[in-house]
Design a protein around this ligand. Structure first.
Ligand SMILES: [Zn+2]
Ligand SMILES: [Zn+2]
Length: 373
Protein backbone atom coordinates (compact mmCIF):
# COMPACT_ATOMS: atom_id res chain seq x y z
CA UNK A 1 0.00 0.00 0.00
CA UNK A 2 1.30 3.44 -0.90
CA UNK A 3 2.63 5.37 2.10
CA UNK A 4 0.78 8.68 1.86
CA UNK A 5 2.48 10.02 4.98
CA UNK A 6 5.85 9.47 3.38
CA UNK A 7 4.72 11.13 0.11
CA UNK A 8 3.71 14.27 2.00
CA UNK A 9 6.70 14.00 4.32
CA UNK A 10 4.65 14.19 7.53
CA UNK A 11 4.63 11.95 10.64
CA UNK A 12 1.76 9.50 11.13
CA UNK A 13 0.36 11.62 13.95
CA UNK A 14 0.46 14.84 11.91
CA UNK A 15 -2.29 17.38 12.59
CA UNK A 16 -4.66 18.38 9.73
CA UNK A 17 -2.87 21.75 9.74
CA UNK A 18 0.54 20.09 9.22
CA UNK A 19 -0.87 17.97 6.40
CA UNK A 20 -2.34 21.00 4.65
CA UNK A 21 0.90 22.93 5.00
CA UNK A 22 3.02 20.08 3.62
CA UNK A 23 0.64 19.64 0.68
CA UNK A 24 0.62 23.33 -0.23
CA UNK A 25 4.40 23.44 -0.15
CA UNK A 26 4.75 20.39 -2.43
CA UNK A 27 1.94 21.48 -4.74
CA UNK A 28 3.68 24.78 -5.40
CA UNK A 29 6.90 23.12 -6.54
CA UNK A 30 5.38 20.11 -8.31
CA UNK A 31 2.44 21.68 -10.11
CA UNK A 32 2.59 20.60 -13.80
CA UNK A 33 2.61 24.25 -14.86
CA UNK A 34 5.82 24.72 -12.91
CA UNK A 35 7.59 21.37 -13.01
CA UNK A 36 6.35 20.07 -16.38
CA UNK A 37 5.61 16.44 -17.23
CA UNK A 38 8.14 15.15 -14.76
CA UNK A 39 6.40 16.91 -11.92
CA UNK A 40 2.98 15.79 -13.11
CA UNK A 41 3.30 12.18 -11.93
CA UNK A 42 4.57 13.19 -8.52
CA UNK A 43 1.94 15.91 -8.34
CA UNK A 44 -0.76 13.30 -8.84
CA UNK A 45 0.72 11.16 -6.06
CA UNK A 46 0.89 14.15 -3.75
CA UNK A 47 -2.67 15.21 -4.64
CA UNK A 48 -3.92 11.69 -4.01
CA UNK A 49 -2.08 11.49 -0.68
CA UNK A 50 -3.60 14.82 0.34
CA UNK A 51 -7.10 13.82 -0.69
CA UNK A 52 -6.88 10.78 1.53
CA UNK A 53 -5.14 12.30 4.53
CA UNK A 54 -7.13 15.54 4.54
CA UNK A 55 -10.46 13.73 4.87
CA UNK A 56 -11.02 12.40 8.43
CA UNK A 57 -13.03 9.38 7.16
CA UNK A 58 -10.58 8.45 4.43
CA UNK A 59 -7.63 8.91 6.71
CA UNK A 60 -9.26 6.62 9.24
CA UNK A 61 -9.91 4.00 6.55
CA UNK A 62 -6.35 4.31 5.35
CA UNK A 63 -4.98 3.98 8.87
CA UNK A 64 -7.02 0.81 9.20
CA UNK A 65 -5.27 -0.67 6.18
CA UNK A 66 -7.66 0.14 3.33
CA UNK A 67 -6.57 2.46 0.56
CA UNK A 68 -9.71 4.48 -0.19
CA UNK A 69 -8.24 5.85 -3.41
CA UNK A 70 -7.42 2.49 -5.00
CA UNK A 71 -9.79 1.87 -7.95
CA UNK A 72 -12.46 -0.68 -7.13
CA UNK A 73 -11.42 -2.61 -10.21
CA UNK A 74 -13.29 -3.39 -13.37
CA UNK A 75 -13.66 0.23 -14.46
CA UNK A 76 -14.38 0.56 -18.13
CA UNK A 77 -16.57 -2.51 -18.48
CA UNK A 78 -17.74 -3.03 -22.02
CA UNK A 79 -17.17 0.54 -22.88
CA UNK A 80 -13.74 1.05 -24.15
CA UNK A 81 -10.96 3.29 -23.27
CA UNK A 82 -12.55 6.52 -22.18
CA UNK A 83 -12.27 5.85 -18.48
CA UNK A 84 -8.83 6.73 -17.25
CA UNK A 85 -7.26 7.46 -13.95
CA UNK A 86 -8.41 11.07 -14.06
CA UNK A 87 -12.04 10.04 -14.23
CA UNK A 88 -11.66 7.68 -11.34
CA UNK A 89 -9.79 10.35 -9.49
CA UNK A 90 -12.53 12.87 -10.12
CA UNK A 91 -15.28 10.40 -9.33
CA UNK A 92 -13.69 9.84 -5.97
CA UNK A 93 -12.51 13.24 -5.04
CA UNK A 94 -14.62 15.79 -6.83
CA UNK A 95 -15.59 17.91 -3.85
CA UNK A 96 -14.75 15.02 -1.53
CA UNK A 97 -17.90 13.08 -2.49
CA UNK A 98 -18.63 10.64 -5.31
CA UNK A 99 -19.86 12.86 -8.11
CA UNK A 100 -22.46 10.52 -9.56
CA UNK A 101 -22.45 9.22 -13.11
CA UNK A 102 -19.80 10.39 -15.54
CA UNK A 103 -21.42 12.14 -18.52
CA UNK A 104 -21.03 10.26 -21.80
CA UNK A 105 -20.63 13.46 -23.71
CA UNK A 106 -17.24 14.89 -22.98
CA UNK A 107 -15.10 17.55 -24.62
CA UNK A 108 -12.83 16.26 -27.37
CA UNK A 109 -9.07 16.60 -27.40
CA UNK A 110 -7.25 19.56 -28.84
CA UNK A 111 -5.39 18.76 -32.05
CA UNK A 112 -2.19 20.12 -33.51
CA UNK A 113 -1.33 20.29 -37.19
CA UNK A 114 1.74 21.80 -38.82
CA UNK A 115 1.59 24.16 -41.76
CA UNK A 116 4.56 24.98 -43.98
CA UNK A 117 4.48 28.46 -45.46
CA UNK A 118 7.01 30.47 -47.40
CA UNK A 119 8.47 33.85 -46.56
CA UNK A 120 6.08 35.83 -48.76
CA UNK A 121 3.11 34.19 -47.02
CA UNK A 122 4.57 35.03 -43.61
CA UNK A 123 5.18 38.59 -44.79
CA UNK A 124 1.73 39.33 -46.12
CA UNK A 125 -0.45 36.67 -44.46
CA UNK A 126 -2.32 34.00 -46.41
CA UNK A 127 -5.54 32.03 -46.41
CA UNK A 128 -4.90 28.29 -46.63
CA UNK A 129 -7.02 25.16 -46.71
CA UNK A 130 -5.86 22.29 -44.56
CA UNK A 131 -6.81 18.65 -44.62
CA UNK A 132 -7.34 17.55 -41.02
CA UNK A 133 -7.79 13.96 -39.95
CA UNK A 134 -9.99 14.17 -36.92
CA UNK A 135 -12.99 12.78 -35.03
CA UNK A 136 -16.37 14.15 -36.09
CA UNK A 137 -19.89 13.50 -34.79
CA UNK A 138 -21.22 10.17 -36.08
CA UNK A 139 -23.98 11.05 -38.50
CA UNK A 140 -25.74 7.70 -38.06
CA UNK A 141 -26.53 8.16 -34.36
CA UNK A 142 -25.91 11.95 -34.14
CA UNK A 143 -23.53 11.33 -31.30
CA UNK A 144 -25.58 9.42 -28.74
CA UNK A 145 -23.99 6.09 -29.64
CA UNK A 146 -27.25 4.11 -29.91
CA UNK A 147 -28.35 2.28 -33.04
CA UNK A 148 -30.98 4.42 -34.77
CA UNK A 149 -34.42 3.55 -33.39
CA UNK A 150 -32.98 2.44 -30.04
CA UNK A 151 -31.93 4.43 -26.98
CA UNK A 152 -29.65 4.04 -24.03
CA UNK A 153 -31.23 2.96 -20.76
CA UNK A 154 -30.45 3.29 -17.08
CA UNK A 155 -27.86 0.81 -15.84
CA UNK A 156 -29.42 -1.98 -13.78
CA UNK A 157 -26.29 -2.60 -11.74
CA UNK A 158 -25.96 0.90 -10.30
CA UNK A 159 -29.45 2.27 -10.98
CA UNK A 160 -27.99 5.20 -12.82
CA UNK A 161 -25.64 6.32 -10.08
CA UNK A 162 -22.53 5.35 -12.01
CA UNK A 163 -20.87 4.00 -8.89
CA UNK A 164 -21.42 1.04 -6.63
CA UNK A 165 -20.80 0.54 -2.92
CA UNK A 166 -18.66 -2.40 -2.19
CA UNK A 167 -17.30 -4.00 0.91
CA UNK A 168 -13.55 -4.19 1.15
CA UNK A 169 -11.95 -6.55 3.61
CA UNK A 170 -9.05 -5.35 5.68
CA UNK A 171 -7.24 -7.03 8.51
CA UNK A 172 -9.30 -4.90 10.86
CA UNK A 173 -12.66 -5.84 9.43
CA UNK A 174 -14.93 -4.75 6.61
CA UNK A 175 -15.03 -1.25 5.19
CA UNK A 176 -17.48 0.23 2.69
CA UNK A 177 -15.91 1.84 -0.34
CA UNK A 178 -17.34 3.39 -3.46
CA UNK A 179 -16.14 2.29 -6.90
CA UNK A 180 -17.17 3.16 -10.46
CA UNK A 181 -19.82 0.77 -11.76
CA UNK A 182 -18.17 -1.82 -13.98
CA UNK A 183 -21.41 -2.68 -15.81
CA UNK A 184 -21.78 0.79 -17.32
CA UNK A 185 -18.24 2.10 -16.96
CA UNK A 186 -19.44 4.78 -14.56
CA UNK A 187 -21.81 6.38 -17.05
CA UNK A 188 -25.00 5.33 -15.25
CA UNK A 189 -26.51 4.28 -18.57
CA UNK A 190 -25.89 1.40 -20.94
CA UNK A 191 -26.40 1.27 -24.69
CA UNK A 192 -28.02 -2.11 -25.42
CA UNK A 193 -27.62 -1.76 -29.18
CA UNK A 194 -24.59 0.33 -30.03
CA UNK A 195 -24.57 2.27 -33.29
CA UNK A 196 -22.94 0.05 -35.95
CA UNK A 197 -20.93 2.92 -37.45
CA UNK A 198 -19.21 4.23 -34.35
CA UNK A 199 -19.53 1.21 -31.99
CA UNK A 200 -21.26 3.47 -29.49
CA UNK A 201 -18.51 6.09 -29.36
CA UNK A 202 -20.75 8.74 -30.94
CA UNK A 203 -17.96 9.88 -33.22
CA UNK A 204 -16.03 8.62 -36.21
CA UNK A 205 -12.72 9.52 -37.80
CA UNK A 206 -12.96 11.65 -40.87
CA UNK A 207 -10.91 13.87 -43.14
CA UNK A 208 -12.09 17.44 -43.08
CA UNK A 209 -11.05 20.61 -44.86
CA UNK A 210 -10.38 23.54 -42.56
CA UNK A 211 -9.70 27.06 -43.75
CA UNK A 212 -7.07 28.91 -41.76
CA UNK A 213 -6.35 32.61 -42.03
CA UNK A 214 -2.63 32.99 -41.43
CA UNK A 215 -2.00 36.59 -40.37
CA UNK A 216 1.04 38.55 -41.56
CA UNK A 217 4.00 38.29 -39.21
CA UNK A 218 3.75 34.64 -38.13
CA UNK A 219 7.02 32.84 -37.65
CA UNK A 220 8.19 29.28 -37.16
CA UNK A 221 6.57 28.06 -33.94
CA UNK A 222 3.63 30.49 -34.03
CA UNK A 223 0.42 28.65 -33.12
CA UNK A 224 -2.91 29.74 -34.52
CA UNK A 225 -5.89 28.59 -32.48
CA UNK A 226 -9.07 27.56 -34.28
CA UNK A 227 -11.67 27.24 -31.55
CA UNK A 228 -13.82 24.09 -31.55
CA UNK A 229 -12.17 22.76 -34.74
CA UNK A 230 -10.35 19.93 -32.95
CA UNK A 231 -11.67 16.45 -32.20
CA UNK A 232 -15.34 16.03 -31.45
CA UNK A 233 -15.70 14.60 -27.96
CA UNK A 234 -17.05 11.11 -27.21
CA UNK A 235 -20.81 10.84 -26.87
CA UNK A 236 -21.37 13.86 -29.05
CA UNK A 237 -19.45 16.12 -26.67
CA UNK A 238 -18.11 19.50 -27.76
CA UNK A 239 -15.03 19.61 -29.98
CA UNK A 240 -11.61 20.56 -28.69
CA UNK A 241 -9.56 23.30 -30.29
CA UNK A 242 -7.35 22.95 -33.33
CA UNK A 243 -3.91 24.50 -33.22
CA UNK A 244 -2.05 25.19 -36.44
CA UNK A 245 1.68 25.44 -35.87
CA UNK A 246 3.57 27.45 -38.47
CA UNK A 247 6.82 26.31 -40.00
CA UNK A 248 8.45 28.88 -42.26
CA UNK A 249 10.52 27.53 -45.12
CA UNK A 250 13.89 29.23 -45.60
CA UNK A 251 14.06 31.66 -48.54
CA UNK A 252 16.71 31.50 -51.26
CA UNK A 253 17.89 35.09 -50.91
CA UNK A 254 16.25 36.72 -47.90
CA UNK A 255 17.11 35.92 -44.30
CA UNK A 256 14.61 36.88 -41.63
CA UNK A 257 15.64 38.35 -38.26
CA UNK A 258 12.52 39.18 -36.32
CA UNK A 259 10.41 41.17 -38.76
CA UNK A 260 13.41 42.57 -40.65
CA UNK A 261 14.77 40.96 -43.78
CA UNK A 262 18.39 40.87 -44.84
CA UNK A 263 19.94 40.16 -48.22
CA UNK A 264 23.33 40.54 -49.85
CA UNK A 265 23.73 42.49 -53.07
CA UNK A 266 27.01 42.15 -54.99
CA UNK A 267 27.98 45.47 -56.66
CA UNK A 268 30.97 45.86 -59.02
CA UNK A 269 33.81 47.96 -57.65
CA UNK A 270 33.30 50.60 -60.34
CA UNK A 271 29.59 50.95 -59.62
CA UNK A 272 30.30 51.24 -55.87
CA UNK A 273 32.79 54.03 -56.61
CA UNK A 274 30.75 55.88 -59.23
CA UNK A 275 27.26 55.25 -57.81
CA UNK A 276 24.32 53.79 -59.70
CA UNK A 277 20.65 52.89 -59.45
CA UNK A 278 19.81 49.18 -59.49
CA UNK A 279 16.52 47.37 -59.68
CA UNK A 280 16.14 44.84 -56.88
CA UNK A 281 13.68 41.94 -56.89
CA UNK A 282 11.94 42.15 -53.49
CA UNK A 283 8.87 40.43 -52.05
CA UNK A 284 6.98 43.58 -53.10
CA UNK A 285 8.20 43.29 -56.69
CA UNK A 286 10.97 45.31 -58.38
CA UNK A 287 12.28 48.18 -56.23
CA UNK A 288 14.87 50.77 -57.18
CA UNK A 289 17.86 50.87 -54.90
CA UNK A 290 20.16 53.87 -54.91
CA UNK A 291 23.85 52.96 -54.66
CA UNK A 292 25.54 56.22 -53.62
CA UNK A 293 28.93 57.10 -55.12
CA UNK A 294 31.61 55.83 -52.73
CA UNK A 295 29.56 52.98 -51.30
CA UNK A 296 31.73 50.81 -49.03
CA UNK A 297 31.84 47.00 -48.70
CA UNK A 298 29.40 45.87 -46.02
CA UNK A 299 27.42 49.11 -46.19
CA UNK A 300 23.71 48.54 -45.57
CA UNK A 301 21.00 50.22 -47.61
CA UNK A 302 17.70 50.05 -45.75
CA UNK A 303 14.42 49.89 -47.64
CA UNK A 304 11.92 50.99 -45.01
CA UNK A 305 8.72 48.96 -44.60
CA UNK A 306 9.62 46.18 -47.04
CA UNK A 307 10.15 43.58 -44.32
CA UNK A 308 7.70 41.17 -42.68
CA UNK A 309 4.39 42.50 -41.33
CA UNK A 310 4.24 42.92 -37.55
CA UNK A 311 1.98 40.23 -36.11
CA UNK A 312 0.04 42.29 -33.61
CA UNK A 313 0.30 46.00 -34.21
CA UNK A 314 0.35 46.50 -37.97
CA UNK A 315 3.23 48.02 -39.90
CA UNK A 316 6.17 46.14 -41.33
CA UNK A 317 9.84 45.61 -40.67
CA UNK A 318 12.59 46.79 -43.03
CA UNK A 319 14.56 45.20 -45.84
CA UNK A 320 18.29 45.62 -45.22
CA UNK A 321 20.44 45.27 -48.31
CA UNK A 322 24.05 44.46 -47.44
CA UNK A 323 26.36 45.69 -50.21
CA UNK A 324 29.15 43.36 -51.24
CA UNK A 325 31.69 45.25 -53.34
CA UNK A 326 33.20 42.96 -55.95
CA UNK A 327 36.82 43.41 -56.96
CA UNK A 328 37.63 42.03 -60.42
CA UNK A 329 39.78 38.90 -60.30
CA UNK A 330 41.05 39.06 -63.87
CA UNK A 331 41.78 42.13 -65.99
CA UNK A 332 42.49 42.57 -69.67
CA UNK A 333 45.59 44.52 -70.68
CA UNK A 334 43.49 47.58 -71.43
CA UNK A 335 41.74 47.41 -68.04
CA UNK A 336 45.08 47.01 -66.28
CA UNK A 337 46.34 50.12 -68.08
CA UNK A 338 43.26 52.10 -67.08
CA UNK A 339 43.38 51.04 -63.45
CA UNK A 340 47.12 51.76 -63.26
CA UNK A 341 46.46 55.24 -64.63
CA UNK A 342 43.74 55.73 -62.00
CA UNK A 343 46.08 54.53 -59.25
CA UNK A 344 48.74 56.98 -60.47
CA UNK A 345 46.19 59.81 -60.56
CA UNK A 346 45.17 59.05 -56.98
CA UNK A 347 48.74 58.58 -55.80
CA UNK A 348 47.92 55.02 -54.83
CA UNK A 349 50.63 53.08 -56.70
CA UNK A 350 52.41 52.31 -53.45
CA UNK A 351 49.83 52.86 -50.70
CA UNK A 352 51.01 53.69 -47.20
CA UNK A 353 50.73 50.51 -45.03
CA UNK A 354 48.87 52.25 -42.24
CA UNK A 355 46.62 50.16 -40.00
CA UNK A 356 43.19 51.49 -39.21
CA UNK A 357 42.29 52.25 -35.61
CA UNK A 358 40.91 49.22 -33.78
CA UNK A 359 37.15 49.21 -33.98
CA UNK A 360 35.22 46.98 -31.61
CA UNK A 361 32.61 46.39 -34.28
CA UNK A 362 35.08 44.54 -36.49
CA UNK A 363 36.02 42.10 -33.75
CA UNK A 364 32.50 41.39 -32.67
CA UNK A 365 31.66 40.67 -36.31
CA UNK A 366 34.64 38.32 -36.57
CA UNK A 367 33.76 36.67 -33.31
CA UNK A 368 30.19 36.19 -34.50
CA UNK A 369 31.48 34.66 -37.71
CA UNK A 370 33.60 32.13 -35.84
CA UNK A 371 30.99 31.27 -33.29
CA UNK A 372 28.52 30.84 -36.12
CA UNK A 373 26.17 33.59 -34.99
ZN1 LIG B 1 -22.89 6.29 -34.35
ZN1 LIG C 1 -23.89 1.09 -13.86
Amino acid sequence: MTDYYEILGVPRDATPEQIKKAYRKLARTLHPDVAGAEGEERFKDVARAYEVLSSPEKRQQYDMGVDPSAPGGGAGGGFGNGFGFQDIFETFFGGGQPTGPVPRARRGNDSLVRLDIDLAEATFGVKRELQVDTAVVCSTCTGDGARPGTTSRTCDACHGRGSVQRVARSFLGQVMTTAPCSACGGFGTVIPEPCPDCSGEGRVRSRRTVTVNVPAGVDTGTRIKLSAQGETGPGGGPAGDLYVEIREKPHDTFVRRGDDLHCTLPVPMTAAALGTVLELDTLDGAQEIDIRPGTQPGQVVTLKGLGVGHLHNGGRGDLNVHIEVQVPTSLTDEQTDLLSKLAALRGEERPEPRLAAAHPGVFSRLRDKFSGR
